[in-house]
Design a protein around this ligand. Structure first.
Ligand code: URA
Length: 482
């Protein structure tokens, strides 16, 4: 067994160097081991081959180029808490030489396992962004905000820059069992593992969080399972507002009845101030540039650019390939999309999927989104009836679409229906007249077509079939543009 010592649990450079050296020396998976800290010391002394590089080996280089996608995958997987992650990555590295397309074989056990672990890591980072709560402490007479957080995986270093961008004007520290991150308005630094007692236990802001949470908790929308999925219990211990959850759930039925009967409450000025600070901290206004689709998807939940958020379950952003050459833009999430948080999963989505398949376009290769992020509707009995967004709502929402365009950088943008065309072009086009037309844009080429929901509403079967064929022809034209 050959053993490499790593400086820390997240020492990617150390792992990479050792793995390259092992690979160049022909050390097979199963014969290579990676150890951290004290375990490394113990293993090194017990090992027949302490890995300090053998004569002549240090300078040997790998003779094949590792795909960029593997490096990105490995950088995520290494943050996973599993013991065997180094071995899994080395196995993949070993196999990549003979199987250069290995990462595309998603049915392969190692590949699937690695992507699953990377997904868990990304989710842990997500949760950290959502559930870190700072408490006010003082240091040298200055305000200092401190948080204690226990991430599911070792995502502190990966996620801390997000907090530095979002809370750039504050001095803060995030303490975790894996390490500490500190921001002094200027510089982000990291320190050794911390313990819970190093962070303040409670502060006056606690009450604000509780008031805010209790007032935004909508008993009529209570879905306990979904809520616990989004806000897993493991994070509750450090969330001030979590103390309220059992009581809020228990009283949900009563509160729903009271809420329906009661007149709209006057806004509480203190709460309004807190809310505006929270909105500001979600910084979707001036100056905020989302650095990833993930960040964009989170920030949209705090969007108050127009009133549509009030009646929607959530903001729905685009989904699909991050560097897609094709972006497909619809109008707004419908009833099912509003609940699922994903675009085009309802009836219009099925029409779209079938037509794409007939035109030879794989939806997974595209990025599918909408011009408007929130479901605009009006209640009719138990149903929520779709309403077309106004020009001012489409204009307010363009910010999100533009941000997605800047991140995905598609070559071709397919607009479905009038709202989509207006969101993309910035003016109201006449879709029936412009249908099938190619419009050059500063960042891409747009092709205008009708909305699949419109195809569903055509009463005459023959006309509907004819229009569907024209729709597929438009999609084929898109395929040619690509
Ligand atoms: N219609 C749209 O325009 N978008 C969706 O996401 C669903 C239905």
């Amino acid at each position: 067994m050959r053993v490499a010592a790593l400086a820390s649990e997240t020492d990617f450079d150390g792992w990479r160097k050792a793995a390259r050296r092992f690979r160049a020396a022909g050390v097979r998976p199963g014969e290579a081991a990676f150890r951290v800290g004290e375990r490394a010391q113990a293993d090194l002394f017990g090992s027949a081959h302490p890995e300090e590089g053998r004569p002549g080996e240090d300078r040997k280089e790998l003779e094949f180029v590792v795909p960029r996608a593997f490096v990105e995958l490995a950088q995520a997987v290494i943050l996973h808490r599993s013991e065997d992650r180094f071995d899994l990555l080395y196995r993949l590295l070993w196999r990549l030489e003979r199987e250069p397309d290995l990462l595309k074989v998603v049915s392969d056990r190692d590949v699937a396992d690695a992507f699953e672990r990377a997904k868990n890591v990304s989710r842990a980072s997500h949760k950290m962004k959502a559930f870190v709560r700072f408490r006010l402490a003082e240091e040298d007479g200055q305000e200092h905000w401190v948080s204690w957080f226990e991430p599911a995986h070792r995502v502190l270093e990966r996620t801390a820059p997000f907090f530095a961008r979002r809370f750039a004007a504050m001095r803060w520290s995030i303490l975790t069992p894996d390490g500490q991150a500190h921001w002094d308005n200027r510089l982000l630094t990291f320190g050794p593992p911390a313990t819970r007692d190093m962070a303040p236990a409670e502060d006056e802001i606690e009450d604000f969080w509780k008031t805010y949470y209790a007032s935004t908790f909508n008993p009529a929308r209570l879905k306990t399972k979904t809520m616990q999925g989004e806000m897993p219990k493991r994070y509750w211990a450090n969330l001030p507002e979590a103390a309220l959850i059992p009581e809020l759930i228990a009283s949900a039925t009563n509160r729903t009845e009271t809420m329906v009967a009661a007149p709209a409450p006057e806004p509480n000025p203190r709460l309004a101030k807190t809310l505006s600070r929270i909105n500001r901290d979600h910084a979707f206004e001036e100056g905020f540039v989302p650095s990833s689709l993930e960040e964009l998807g989170q920030a949209v939940q705090a969007c108050r650019r127009c009133p549509l958020w009030r009646d929607a379950t959530q903001g729905v952003c685009g989904q699909g390939a991050r560097a897609a050459r094709l972006m497909i833009v619809g109008e707004q999430p419908g009833d099912q999309e509003d609940l699922a948080g994903k675009p085009f999963v309802g009836p219009a989505g099925q029409v779209l999927d079938a037509a794409l398949a007939e035109a030879g376009i794989d939806r997974d290769d595209a990025f599918v989104t909408n011009a408007v992020r929130h479901f605009k509707h009006t209640p009719r009995g138990k149903k929520r009836i779709h309403q077309t967004p106004t020009t001012s709502e489409i204009t307010a929402c363009r910010w999100w679409l533009d941000a997605e365009r800047a991140l995905v950088k598609p070559k071709v943008i397919l607009t479905l229906g009038g709202t989509a065309a207006q969101g993309v072009l910035g003016r109201k086009p006449e879709v029936t007249r412009m249908r099938g037309q190619v419009v050059p844009l500063s960042d891409a080429t747009a092709l205008i077509t009708v909305h699949p929901a419109w195809l569903l509403r055509i009463p005459d079967k023959a006309v509907a079939a004819q229009e569907r064929e024209r729709f597929i022809a438009d999609l084929k034209a898109v395929q040619r543009l690509l």
